[in-house]
Design a protein around this ligand. Structure first.
Ligand code: AMP
Ligand code: GLY
Length: 416
């Protein structure tokens, strides 16, 4: 379920499994259409989704995006006897509510930025008046990566508080004000069956729209895997200080975590701090990670659904993987849709090149843009530098007139 680059990568990977006879993608994009049958249904309409799954005798569902998870699609489908890979409603609050996660951090001593939770504008502003800047101000609840302000001074801070309480990201009952952590970010993934988990690689995202990590936040302009920050000592700290206590917290609520879990971390002097959890794969991190997976993804998902992950050895290719996102001009602000993309099928891809569609749709055998993030170019190579050159080469060959992309993806690891 889903319609982005992440879901195309999932469909493509699953299509290589010998255990699959048919894939549907709800609602999908022009890329998923190449390996699956797209089904034009609203994934937030659980009744209609269930009806379709029952009529089509679907054996297993993989949920891509967070919204249906946070709204409880897994609980709903499971109660109707459908096998589904993804976390249930309560554990999905790890992404759905920042205050839920922060309260777990507090109770279980998980390293994170110091924070306060405020329900009234006046008390939030009073707190800001006695704070050091920069400071981070966040709306509670899902805001698609928006809803986070890094305020340089009290004027900006007040503006952020006002915007959030005035409903810029939907009804805001609570806001979070937290200490600014100055380090380097890393995405850390695990896959969990409710009892055991396995690491599902690391990656680095590039959230800002402009080169050098400047400008507005986006859904992600590119990524690479593995992260250059990871090492054995750090990995052990992440697992012992962050992952185990979180899974324990979920268990003590009488729940179990099943599915992918994505920890957004800030690394400061080889110490991990939790910034946020996501209850799904990252986008575009997923597009860099899945091409590295040697094990059958269906075996991974099945093992999770059957609580049998302990007995599965997840194997990975050794290469570096890098993804560049081709966006519509104007993104993340105003952009035009329905711009034709010519010659996409004429690009010659090697075994190490992948093009995943994000915002695209097909009409009469032609492909059109249908979103801000349009295509993901992923290349695997023995070096990140080669991978980036190859991905850029393909984008340049495509030469889509309505598009732009960051030419510096991976700069922290390549151009040092
Ligand atoms: P979030 O939606 O919580 O991941 O926040 C979006 C982005 O804001 C993160 O990816 C970070 O780049 C930045 N950010 C969030 N919280 C902090 C923090 N406490 N200190 C520094 N940067 C932060
Ligand atoms: N790449 C960031 C996210 O998926 O939330």
């Amino acid at each position: 379920m889903g319609s982005g680059g992440r879901e195309h990568a999932i469909c493509k990977t699953v299509s290589q499994s010998s255990k699959i006879s048919k894939i549907y993608c709800i609602p999908g994009n022009a890329g998923t259409q190449q390996v699956a049958e797209n089904i034009d249904l609203d994934i937030d309409n659980f009744d209609k989704v269930l009806k379709f799954l029952q009529e089509s005798k679907v054996d297993m569902v993989i949920v891509g995006p967070e919204k249906p998870l946070v709204n409880g699609i897994v609980d709903y489908l499971e109660s109707n006897n459908i096998k589904v890979f993804g976390p249930r409603k309560i554990p999905s609050q790890l992404e759905g509510s920042k205050t839920f996660t922060k309260n777990i951090c507090k109770k279980y001593n998980i390293p994170t930025a110091n924070f306060g939770i405020f329900e009234k504008k006046e008390s939030a502003i009073k707190f800001l008046e006695n704070s050091k800047f920069p400071i981070v101000i966040k709306a509670d609840g899902l805001a698609s990566g928006k809803g986070v302000y890094i305020s340089k001074n009290i004027t900006e801070g007040k503006e952020a508080v006002n915007e959030i309480f005035n409903g810029k990201f939907g009804i805001a009952k609570k806001i979070l004000i937290e200490e600014f952590l100055n380090g380097e970010e890393m995405s850390f993934f695990i896959v969990c069956d409710g009892k055991n988990f396995k690491i599902f690689k690391t990656a680095q995202d590039h959230k800002r729209v402009n080169e050098g990590d400047e400008g507005k936040n986006t859904g992600g302009m590119g990524a690479y895997s593995p992260s250059g920050l990871i090492n054995e000592i750090l990995e052990n700290k992440i697992i012992n200080k962050i992952i185990y206590p979180t899974l324990k917290a979920i268990e003590e609520m009488g729940e179990r975590y099943k599915g992918f879990l994505y920890a957004g971390l800030m690394i400061i002097d080889n110490e991990p701090f939790l910034i946020e959890y996501n209850v799904r794969m990252g986008d575009p991190e997923c597009q860099t990670i899945l091409p590295l997976l040697k094990t059958d993804l269906i075996d991974v998902c099945n093992a999770c659904c059957d609580e049998n992950l302990k007995n599965l050895n997840i194997e990975w290719r050794e290469e570096k993987s890098l993804c560049i996102v081709l966006c519509s001009n104007g993104y993340p602000e105003k952009f035009t849709n329905n711009v034709q993309i010519d010659d996409l099928n004429n690009l010659k891809l090697s075994n190490n090149d992948f093009i995943f569609h994000a915002g695209t749709k097909e009409k009469g055998n032609k492909i059109y843009s249908n979103g801000g993030r349009v295509l993901n170019f992923v290349s695997l190579s023995s070096s990140f530098k080669n991978a980036r050159e190859r991905a850029m080469d393909l984008i340049n060959q495509l030469n889509w007139k309505n598009g732009f992309f960051r030419k510096d993806i991976g700069f922290k690891i390549i151009d040092k």
